[in-house]
Design a protein around this ligand. Sequence first.
Ligand code: GLN
Length: 276
Amino acid sequence: MNDLIKNSLNKLKQKNIYNPELDLRILLKHSSKKNNEIILSNFKIEDINIVKFKSLLQKRINRQPIAKIINNKSFWKNDFYVNNFVLDPRPETELIIEEALSIYKNKNLKLKILDIGTGSGCIAISLAKEFKNAFITAIDISKEAIEVAEKNLKIHNCNNNVQLKMVDFKNINTKFDLIVSNPPYLTNNQFHNADPEVKNFEPKLALIGGDDGLKFYREYSNNLQNLMHKYSNFVCEIGINQREYCEEIFKNSGLYINKIVKDLQGIERILSFSKI
Ligand code: GLN
């Protein structure tokens, strides 16, 4: 194995980076003059822009997440532009799309959908691509996040059926068939104990849900009924061990938990509600 590879792998391993070989391949690919896939055991050093590679590697050594280094993260069926102002889309959040597809079997429905805290726009855009006739309102209180979502709307040609707004959901007063949200739900403690990739490179605003992480579920339980009609659904993501607390919070809210979906690690992750 080439010395550059050996040394780079060692540096990543010393920093306890979870998947050093994969990360190295991605960084090499992004430094490749031909932008081709790189095989660690067999590649030509002259195909790599070494200066660029070293700068990317240093970012990863500083625990910057790969997605933030290459400004790209895959979610559901597409790639999304990301930067430090939005959460990297995570695989467990794809369960929100899956749940929407399981609720509405007819993909041609003209659903009115609201995505609260859209961030990169990955949920709204993925739903727009699945439900071609839906009209989606995607909101966020972060101006920088709205700019990222705007960029993704352009990339994915969704300007016609996704409308972006910088507004708090409490200032919305129309009704929707489906409301989706991946709100901030970490406690302050969980945030401080999070990996450096999360703590240092992802927006606090998108991660912390007040002291106990449950702030947004309380707000949703107090307000979301007003944005729903009799047959509307609300699907949201929750954090580890928050299901019981959420059941308590939503008990007298007029919203009823229909379904609890576990993620691939067996963690209760998605709650699906309807109006009582
Ligand atoms: N799942 C994220 C994390 O653990 C948190 C996402 C969120 O707060 N919505 O970093």
